[in-house]
Design a protein around this ligand. Structure first.
Ligand code: NAP
Length: 278
C-alpha cells in the first residue's frame, strides 16, 4: 500500500492525523515547508510549490489544507489537486472551513470545486472554529490580562476539537463508502464566549473573562501581531460571520463518521489547562 501525504504535518490537525495514521500502521509522509524535514517528512512549500513532484512519489492518498496566512487558497491548492489527478490517487481529503461553500467565488470554494471535478475520489471536510484557537491565536490577552478579546458579541459557536477533525480525516482517508461527499464538522454544542471563559477559568483555576471589542480594535491587534493585512482583513470578515450567528449550527458528522461523540469544550480545556495558567 502507498503512503498517505499529510499537508501541514507539523500543525494542529496534521500532527494529530499523522499520529493517528501511524498508530494504525499506515505508511504516512508528512509535508513541511521547513528546509530540513524531520523523520518521515518531505519538503513541500505551498508558497512556491517547490518539492511538489517528489512529495507525491509513492503516495496514493493525501490530506490537503492551506496553512493560515494565505488568501489565495485555490492557487496554493490547484497544483496539488492536479498532481493528485495525474497520479491517480485513491483518495484526497481536503479540509476547508465551515461556510466556505456559502460563496461560489470564494477561494476555498474554488479549490473545493476543482477537487469535485477532478475525478479523484474525495471528501471535503469543513470544520467550524477550532477550540485550539484559545491556546494559540487568542492566547496572548488571555495570558497577559485574563481576557478573551474578540469582536463577536454574544454569538455562539459550536467549536470543534482539532483532534476530532483529525479522527474524521483518518477515517475518510482509509474508507471508500463515503467517497465524494462533504461534511460540516462541529462540536456537540454551541457556546458563547462568556461560557468559554467560564470553562477556561474552571480548568485553569484563574479568572478569565470575555470582552467584546470593536472590529477595528481586532484588526489593529492582528496587524500588531505581524499578520499580513490581507489575511488580517480575511480573519475580520470571518469573525463577522461568527458574530452574525453562522458558527452556531451543529452537525452529527463527527459521531456518524468516527462512531464517537465529539470532545466537549470542558474536556479540551482540562487537557490544555497549563496554557492559561497565570
Ligand atoms: N483555526 C480555526 O478555527 C479553523 C477553522 C476552520 C478551518 N480552519 C482551517 O484550518 C487550516 C489550518 O489548519 P491547522 O490549524 O491544523 O494548521 P496550522 O496548525 O496552522 O499548521 C499549518 C502547518 O502548515 C505548515 N506550513 C506553513 N507554511 C507552509 C508553506 N508555505 N508550505 C507548506 N506548509 C506550510 C506549517 O508547518 P511547517 O513549519 O512544517 O511548514 C504549519 O505547521 C486553514 O486552512 C484554516 O482555514 C481553521
Amino acid at each position: 500500500m502507498g503512503k498517505t501525504l499529510v499537508i501541514g504535518a507539523n500543525g494542529t490537525v496534521g500532527s494529530e492525523l499523522v499520529r493517528l495514521l501511524a498508530a494504525q500502521g499506515q505508511p504516512v509522509l508528512g509535508a513541511t515547508s521547513r528546509a530540513t524535514p524531520g523523520p518521515g517528512q518531505v519538503w513541500l512549500d505551498l508558497a512556491s510549490h517547490g518539492g511538489l513532484d517528489t512529495a507525491f512519489d509513492g503516495v496514493d492518498r493525501a490530506f490537503l489544507l492551506v496553512p493560515p496566512g494565505f488568501v489565495d487558497q485555490h492557487l496554493r491548492l490547484a497544483p496539488l489537486i492536479d498532481t493528485a489527478r495525474q497520479r491517480g490517487l485513491r483518495k484526497v481529503v481536503l479540509m476547508t472551513a465551515m461556510g466556505a461553500n456559502a460563496d461560489e467565488a470564494a477561494p476555498l470554494r474554488q479549490a473545493e470545486r476543482q477537487l469535485e471535478a477532478s475525478g479523484v475520489p474525495y471528501n471535503i471536510i469543513r470544520p467550524n472554529w477550532f477550540m485550539q484557537n484559545f491556546h494559540t491565536f487568542w492566547l496572548q490577552p488571555i495570558r497577559t490580562q485574563g481576557r478573551i478579546l474578540l469582536p463577536v458579541g454574544p454569538a455562539r459557536g459550536s467549536f470543534i476539537d482539532a483532534r476530532d477533525i483529525a479522527a474524521v480525516a483518518a477515517e475518510l482517508l482509509l474508507r471508500s463508502d463515503l467517497d465524494n461527499r462533504d461534511f460540516d464538522l462541529t462540536g456537540a454544542e454551541a457556546l458563547d464566549h462568556d461560557e468559554v471563559a467560564a470553562l477556561l477559568s474552571e480548568a485553569s483555576g484563574r479568572a478569565i473573562v470575555y470582552q467584546d471589542i470593536p472590529p477595528a480594535a481586532m484588526l489593529d491587534a492582528l496587524l500588531a501581531a505581524q499578520l499580513p493585512r490581507p489575511y488580517a482583513e480575511f480573519l475580520l470578515r470571518i469573525l463577522g460571520h461568527f458574530q452574525a450567528g453562522y458558527a452556531e449550527r451543529t452537525t452529527d458528522a463527527v459521531q456518524a463518521i468516527t462512531g464517537r461523540a465529539p470532545r466537549s469544550f470542558r474536556q479540551y480545556a482540562a487537557d490544555h489547562r497549563a496554557a492559561w495558567a497565570a
